[in-house]
Design a protein around this ligand. Sequence first.
Ligand code: MG
Length: 363
Amino acid sequence: MNRRAFFKFAGAIPGAGAMGQVGNAPRLEAKVVRLNLVHTWTTTMSASQYRDTLHVAYARDGITGRGEGAPIARYHEDAESARKAVESVRELLLSADPMRFAKIMAEVFRRVPGEWAGKASIDIALMDWVGQRLGVPLYGYFGLDPRDTPLTTFSIGIDTPEITRQKTREAAEYPILKVKVGLSTDEATIEAVRSETKKPLRVDANEGWKDKEEAVRKINWLETQGVEFIEQPMPAEMIEETRWVRARVHMPIIADEACQRASDIPKLKDAFDGVNIKLDKSGGVLEAYRMIQAAKALGMRTMLGCMVSSSVSITAAAHLSPLVDYADLDGNLLIANDPFRGVRVEKGKLILPDKPGLGLTAG
Ligand code: MG
C-alpha cells in the first residue's frame, strides 16, 4: 500500500482523527503495508527490496493508538499470518478496557500461538493509546529520562565491496556502524568498510559461522579491526559451542536469534555477554521491558534492535532505549516510504518525541 492509500485507510476509521468521529464504538484496523527499501537488504537469511509489515490502528474515545509488527520468516510468520492473528482476537480487543492492557496482552499471548509480530502490533497500539489517554509519552510511562537514550548504530547489509564502500560513505553522519557478515566474504566486507572509516563497528554474523574454531578465528581477527562486539556468531541452538568460543575471545558476544523472550535469557548466561531485544521477537513493549530487566538481573548487557519497519515500531522500541546499553534502531532509516514520523536521529543520538503515547505524526 502506498502512503496515500494508507492514510485513506487510516482516515476511514471512525475516531481515527479529523477525518471523522462517526461513532464512539471502538474500531480496529489491521493492514499490511509494503515498505520500500533504499538499498536491497542482504543478510545471511535473505535479500529483498521491500518488507511487508502489519500496521494496526486501534481507535476508541477519539484516540487512535498505532502499532506495527515486522514478521520474521525464521519464526514462520509473514504479514498475512500476522494480520490473521490480530483478527483472531478482534472481539477481545474491542470489548476489553484498553487501560487493562497488561491483562489484555496476557490473554492475547495465551490465545495466539507464535505470531510475535502480530502480538507486537497489538501491544504497541495499546501502549500508544494508553499513553495518549494518560497524556504521557511512552518513556514517561516507564519513568525514563529521554536524555538517556543511547547512540544508535546504522546497519550496513551484505553487499559487494564497492556498494559496501558507498553505503559506508552514505552513513557518514552515524558515529557507530553495524556491519552484517556471516558469508565467505566477511574479510572483504570489513576491509571495504575500513577503507572508508575508522569509526567503531559492531558486527552481526546472523548465525553465519557453523564451526567454533572458525568463529574464534574470525572474532579474534575482528578485534584487530576495531570491532566492539559480535552478534550471534553461531546458530542459535549452538549455545554450548558459543560458550566454548566466549572462553577464547575478548570481544563481548551478544545473542539475537538465540534470544526471543525473557524465558530464553537464563540459559544464555555464560555463553553470551548480552542480549539483543526486538519488539518483533518478544511480542511487544511489555515483554521487551521484562527482557531488559531479566537480562540486567543476570548481569548481562542489553541491546534494543529492530527489523526493517516504519517509525511506528522503531519509535516504540526507542521509548525503552534509555534503559539499554546499545541501540540498533535504524529500521525506519532504511526505507523510502515511511508513513509516520516519530523518533529522530541526530548524529547517531536517538531523539524521542515528547508528545503523549508514541508521539507519532503523519510522515
Ligand atoms: Mg542480529
